[in-house]
Design a protein around this ligand. Structure first.
Ligand SMILES: CC(C)(COP(=O)(O)OP(=O)(O)OC[C@H]1O[C@@H](n2cnc3c(N)ncnc32)[C@H](O)[C@@H]1OP(=O)(O)O)[C@@H](O)C(=O)NCCC(=O)NCCS
Length: 148
């Protein structure tokens, strides 16, 4: 998909090093053991062709993970490199993922954002996403983190 100054394409595991470096230098990103190369490879295998990267000036400047469980879609780790922000890349990455989810008859998509990531939250609400105040995340870690 071509745009003014950047292109989008599916994220593949060969992109891992560049994408992980982008996540590391992005504000508000919560990275865990599930974001190891093996973890991301597993995610991409389970959700083929859904995640996206943006490239500009010959390098990866944006990325997002996208998957679904057959009922609901989920986006994770949306990030756009600071010098490339506010050019529509974040929104384009989301729209590309939502088109893929729509094609798989998944009508609803959720994200997890740190409550104190005010800039990130403003981006999502500005993009028409609704914060659900009636739901909390309840979680149990039942195996060693590296297996998550
Ligand atoms: C959030 C992020 C991905 C946005 O990427 P981006 O490419 O700059 O976003 P876009 O240019 O597509 O912006 C889309 C719209 O959101 C608005 N927007 C972007 N960042 C915003 C912010 N921090 N606060 C409020 N609005 C914002 C843009 O102005 C634009 O609105 P418009 O269409 O009315 O002009 C980027 O700022 C980022 O990587 N942040 C750090 C990581 C993060 O917080 N990720 C989200 C949580 S998982």
């Amino acid at each position: 998909m071509a745009n003014s100054g950047y292109t989008l394409r599916p994220l593949v595991i060969a992109d891992y090093d560049a994408v992980f470096a982008l996540w590391l230098r992005s504000d508000g990103m919560g990275l865990g053991d599930g974001d190891s190369r093996e973890g991301i490879a597993k995610f991409l295998e389970r959700n083929p062709g859904l995640s996206r990267i943006a490239e500009a000036d010959g390098k990866i400047v944006g990325a997002v993970l996208c998957g679904h469980d057959g009922r609901r879609g989920y986006l994770h780790h949306l990030a756009v490199d600071k010098p490339f922000q506010k050019r529509g890349i974040g929104r384009a990455l989301i729209e590309a993922c939502l088109a893929e989810l729509r094609a798989e008859q998944i009508p609803r998509c959720s994200i997890f954002v740190y409550a104190d990531n005010h800039a990130g939250r403003a981006f999502w609400t500005n993009s028409g996403w609704i914060t659900r105040d009636d739901i909390v995340i309840i979680q149990k870690v039942f195996a060693q983190e590296s297996a998550s």
